[in-house]
Ligand binder design. Structure first.
Ligand code: SAH
Length: 360
């Protein structure tokens, strides 16, 4: 169970070595509480935290517990933990236990797939990793508006494009992520969609491994599938499409690639493909794709300004230009696009799908 409490001005004592409790201490400071640290072992406390004596008797515990609103225990020795719990019970003071931070000299990196921008599509594991992080590297492609709320106390570092600034180059991101983990931090690298779908996640994993930094990857909901779904397009559909090809439109495809794509007769989903759409559409037609093959361009999926523009492989360039379609957008090329449209047979097929989905 999770409770959200307003801790502004409340007195919170964090019991435990400040080195292993550093994340908890930072979080309560960030929440606006008056934070005390009571540790059996003396260690430097972070700024904004006052050090108080660790109680050595039941009376000492009563004295401390009665002076605060919340007691937070982080790796407290068993005997002290027992007394502390009894005194909290007796004085009816809230008491909670939290996980210690890693004290190993090397921290840990988690690549978190943030999904396509909708908070509901960030996985529970991803959210958990953000909550545990000391440092989060993010960019505009991941859902970042609520980071301060999801990871209070974490240091938030924007490595994406900001107005007037270029994005931090990939090798520099890798260097900074590794450096932070080597300094002992629990690092989360938040990425848009899935880290391994055109997200350069593989490169970041290799950089961590090379540096001896343990790394975990939490998959995310990729825009390649979820953005078409948000526009009512299933990327596969029984008897319509049983092959799905996800293509990067970052650079134009070669003649060979275009020929293979047409030959596959699959649903083609293109990411980063707005700029190269003229080359792609012309190439597909040149290699024999039917001129009336449906195409959808879905811009800014899951935002309030999400927009779908549809056409055929022969007129989509003109239609998208006229509509002023811009990145970020997901392109879908294939018969499945018809399933989102309210016409004839396609509409029956879609209704069938919806019925199945409701039946669960
Ligand atoms: N790893 C990401 C993709 C990164 S490439 C994933 O799995 O989704 C970036 C491209 O993803 C964008 O150019 C665009 O084509 C697509 N994209 C990501 N989020 C999107 C969204 N909310 N709406 C439309 N396109 C999106």
């Amino acid at each position: 169970m999770e409770l959200t409490l307003d801790l502004t001005g409340r007195r919170v004592v964090v019991i435990g070595d400040p080195r292993v409790a550093r994340r908890s201490l930072a979080r309560y400071v960030a929440a606006g509480a008056v934070v005390f640290s009571a540790s059996p072992a003396r260690g430097a406390v972070p700024s904004g935290v006052r050090s108080v004596e660790f109680p050595s008797s039941v009376i000492g515990w009563r004295h401390l517990v009665s002076a605060v609103d919340l007691v937070v225990a982080v790796a407290v020795p068993d005997d002290a933990s027992r007394v502390m719990a009894e005194v909290c019970q007796e004085l009816r003071t809230w008491c909670t236990r939290e996980e210690p931070s890693a004290t190993a000299s090397v921290g840990h990196v988690t690549l978190v797939g943030g999904g396509p921008g909708n908070e509901g599509l960030l996985t529970a594991a991803g959210k958990d990793a953000l909550r545990r992080a000391d440092v989060i590297f993010y960019d505009r492609l991941g859902p970042h508006e609520h980071l301060a709320e999801w990871a209070p106390g974490a240091e938030l570092i924007n490595v994406g494009k900001t107005p007037g600034h270029h994005a931090v180059p990939q090798h520099e991101i890798e260097r900074r992520v590794v450096e932070s983990a080597l300094a002992g931090n629990t690092v989360a690298r938040l990425k848009g969609g899935d880290p391994f779908v055109f997200g350069r996640g593989g490169e970041e994993v290799i950089a961590c491994r090379k540096a001896g930094v343990p790394v975990t990857v939490i998959s995310g909901v990729t825009s390649a599938i979820s953005v078409p779904a948000a526009a009512g397009i299933p990327v596969t559909h029984r008897e319509i499409s049983r092959i799905l090809t996800i293509v990067s439109g970052h650079a134009p495809l070669s003649e060979d690639e275009l020929a293979h794509l047409v030959g596959l007769d699959s649903t083609i989903v293109v990411l980063m493909g707005v700029t190269t759409l003229p080359h792609l559409a012309a190439g597909l037609v040149r290699h024999g794709m039917r001129a009336d093959m449906p195409v959808a361009v879905i811009e800014r999926g899951f935002s309030e300004t999400q927009r779908t523009t549809t056409g055929t492989v022969s007129d989509i360039v003109e239609v998208a230009n006229a509509a002023g379609a811009r990145s970020p957008a997901v392109l879908v090329i294939g018969e499945v696009v018809r399933l989102s449209q309210d016409d004839g047979v396609a509409s029956d097929v879609l209704q069938h799908t919806v019925t199945l989905a409701t039946q669960g």
